[in-house]
Ligand binder design. Structure first.
Ligand SMILES: *[C@@H]1O[C@H](CO)[C@@H](O)[C@H](O)[C@H]1NC(C)=O
Ligand SMILES: *[C@@H]1O[C@H](CO)[C@@H](O)[C@H](O)[C@H]1NC(C)=O
Ligand SMILES: *[C@@H]1O[C@H](CO)[C@@H](O)[C@H](O)[C@H]1NC(C)=O
Ligand SMILES: *[C@@H]1O[C@H](CO)[C@@H](O)[C@H](O)[C@H]1NC(C)=O
Length: 342
């Protein structure tokens, strides 16, 4: 199952090969009330790409993002972050959330204070097969699935990479009130499955190049994958250490962007809201405290228990979530939502 994913990721490697960070907010695009650092590409041009978040507003900040979970290794990533009192940003694949164990991992990530965004990929990578309304519905269904589990809808979305860029879907997302998130530090963690120390080395090299070139701290949005096919779940301590030792502060995306309302009140709403962990509230946390040297990412007790093989648990139907044992965990609105959907 992950074979094709790996091939896909590896093919990305060439395309994104060492894009040395576009560090400067070349085009300050105002989205809502916040100023986003974005790619320097034309906006307001029909068919042009929409603005994307690719860096933080403040020098010295880094938002570490994880794509495409929850998976069997997400608990390990969460344990590693917890040991370092650090916050990450999880762009989740809503497809997995119909399976109880992954729905619970998402809730744990949220309750641990991490930031939740959404990855979106057009079904069969074929936007031409869908009209605008169908695409909208598909996007909103994914966002609703996340909303039912954490109480707020994602606002920040990472669109699956395509070449050429799918500007139509980008604009649909944007029209629905979502903000696209890119990155300026690609760890290429899919190349480091058997050599996880390589992941932190990418951070070190990037920080070093930044320092050599600009003689100052930059700001970064990095990308990793919390799936078993990358070395990321084994690299958490090492990555936090590399970040810390180079003088950077780990932030959630809302802190990265000074956004006090980093979620939508509902998937199909354009009202933006904060929650008890958001930037500007007492529950907001940024920064990191290095775990004791003997803490091993792979040797921490999961508060969630072990999860079974993801392939075996691939979502076949929603049945697994409509299950007495899940209902106790999942907030009650989920049940009515899931029931309404099926
Ligand atoms: C955003 O800008 C509008 C219009 O200027 C203002 O009414 C609103 O209070 C602002 N919201 C925030 C969160 O600053
Ligand atoms: C989510 O996972 C499903 C099942 O593997 C896959 O078909 C879909 O493309 C994924 N979505 C994203 C955004 O990666
Ligand atoms: C895990 O940690 C425990 C307690 O610190 C230790 O006794 C055990 O040997 C460790 N196991 C591994 C595989 O490192
Ligand atoms: C709930 O899930 C468990 C474990 O997957 C399963 O054994 C049980 O039959 C399910 N219960 C219902 C009511 O579906």
């Amino acid at each position: 199952m992950f074979g094709s994913k790996v091939q896909r990721l590896v093919s990305l490697a060439g395309l994104f090969a060492i894009s040395l960070p576009t560090l400067i907010a070349a085009d300050d695009s105002i989205i809502g009330n916040i100023t986003l650092p974005v790619w320097n590409h034309p906006t307001g041009v029909v068919g042009a790409a929409t603005p994307q978040v690719t860096a933080c507003a403040n020098a010295g900040n880094i938002a570490v993002t994880y794509n495409e979970g929850p998976s069997d290794v997400t608990s390990k990533v969460l344990n590693g972050l917890k040991n370092n009192q650090a916050r990450g940003n999880f762009f989740v694949n809503a497809t997995w959330l119909y399976t109880q164990q992954y729905a619970m991992i998402l809730q744990r990530a949220y309750n641990d204070g991490h930031f939740i965004g959404m990855t979106y990929r057009v079904p069969n990578d074929n936007p031409a097969a869908m009209n605008d309304d169908q695409l909208k519905q598909d996007i909103l269904n994914d966002a609703k699935t996340i909303q039912t589990l954490i109480g707020v809808s994602p606002k920040y979305v990472r669109l699956h990479y395509t070449d050429p860029p799918d500007t139509r879907t980008e604009h649909i997302l944007s029209d629905l009130g979502f903000t696209l998130v890119g990155y300026n530090l690609d760890t290429q963690d899919y190349n480091f499955k058997t050599n996880p120390t390589g992941v932190a080395d990418v951070y070190r090299k990037t920080f070093h190049t930044q320092q050599e070139t600009y003689d100052s701290l930059g700001s970064f949005v990095s990308v990793q994958y919390d799936i078993p096919d990358t070395g990321s779940y084994l690299a958490v301590n090492d990555v936090v250490k590399a970040i810390h030792e180079n003088g950077y502060t780990m932030v959630r995306l809302d802190g990265c962007l000074n956004d006090k309302t980093p979620y939508k009140s509902a998937a199909d709403a354009k009202t933006f809201v904060g929650d008890k962990f958001s930037f500007g509230t007492p529950g907001y946390h940024q920064g990191q405290t290095l775990a004791p040297a003997d803490a091993k990412d792979s040797n921490v007790t999961s508060s969630n228990g072990e999860v079974s093989d993801k392939a075996a648990a691939a979502p076949k139907s929603s049945a697994s979530i409509i299950n007495g044992s899940v209902m106790a965990v999942v907030i009650s609105s989920v049940v009515s939502f899931v029931a309404a959907q099926f």
